[in-house]
Design a binder for this molecule. Structure first.
Ligand code: DC
Length: 218
């Protein structure tokens, strides 16, 4: 039987990464974290001093950049950047980089290539733009407070950021990701919305497994 493609979209801190990686492991599928790809490009732009408003330069940079995702490891031009792409500097600038149509064009082509043969793909525009024919589309949400708490718990060991700073950052990114002209964050018409507020990740995964067309659970 053909392996399914599953799209998981949602805002920062909605639990996409945890849910998508557990789901992929349970189904024996690849997990593609498309946010990590925008983050890797942003890291390169920051390192090279390319301004985040530089539309054409960034699109060109995207075309010249090699990004790989393998078993949770992210490489940028052959170098392991798995940890570096989670820095506060990347957090603060990635939405601006991801807003450029030229950058998205390159990334979407790569994402479609990676998803061939079945995958769990997480991002913002997977159900709407990248994989409009995905077998299952999930839009994962959680209250802004809970999303900020989750991101804070992840960040506090690294950067010592305060909860209110994380909440402010999340709100700013939500506004940029939802309000941008190209591929804004929104549920696909045929997406199923799951609110993960107060719900453990394993229960969200079980709920998604139950939605798979029959025979696809194994
Ligand atoms: O999921 P994340 O927080 O790692 O994503 C980082 C940024 O990348 C986020 O601010 C929006 C952007 N992004 C996007 O525009 N489209 C995607 N498919 C995935 C992420």
């Amino acid at each position: 039987m053909r392996a399914p493609t599953i799209a998981i979209d949602g805002p920062a801190g909605s639990g996409k990464s945890t849910v998508a990686s557990s789901l992929a492991a349970a189904l024996g599928l690849r997990h593609i974290d498309t946010g990590a790809m925008y983050r890797a490009l942003t890291l390169k732009a920051l390192n090279m001093g390319v301004p985040v408003q530089g539309r054409e330069l960034l699109a060109q940079l995207a075309a010249e950049t090699e990004i790989t995702l393998e078993d949770g490891k992210v490489t940028l031009d052959g170098k392991d950047v798995t940890a570096d792409i989670r820095s506060p500097e990347v957090d603060a600038t990635v939405s601006a980089v991801a807003a450029h149509a030229g950058v998205r064009k390159v990334m979407v082509a790569l994402q479609r290539e990676l998803a061939k043969g079945g995958a769990v793909v997480e991002g913002r525009d997977i159900g709407t733009v990248v994989l409009p024919d995905a077998d299952l589309k999930i839009f994962l949400t959680a209250s802004p407070e809970e999303r900020a708490r989750r991101r804070h718990a992840e960040h506090v060991t690294r950067s010592g950021a305060q909860l209110d700073e994380v909440e402010k950052d999340i709100k700013e990114r939500d506004a940029l990701d939802t309000g941008r002209e190209v591929s804004p964050l929104k549920p696909a018409e045929d997406a199923i919305t799951i609110d993960s507020t107060g719900v453990p990740a394993n229960e969200v995964v079980a709920a998604i497994m139950a939605l798979l067309p029959s025979g696809r659970e194994q």
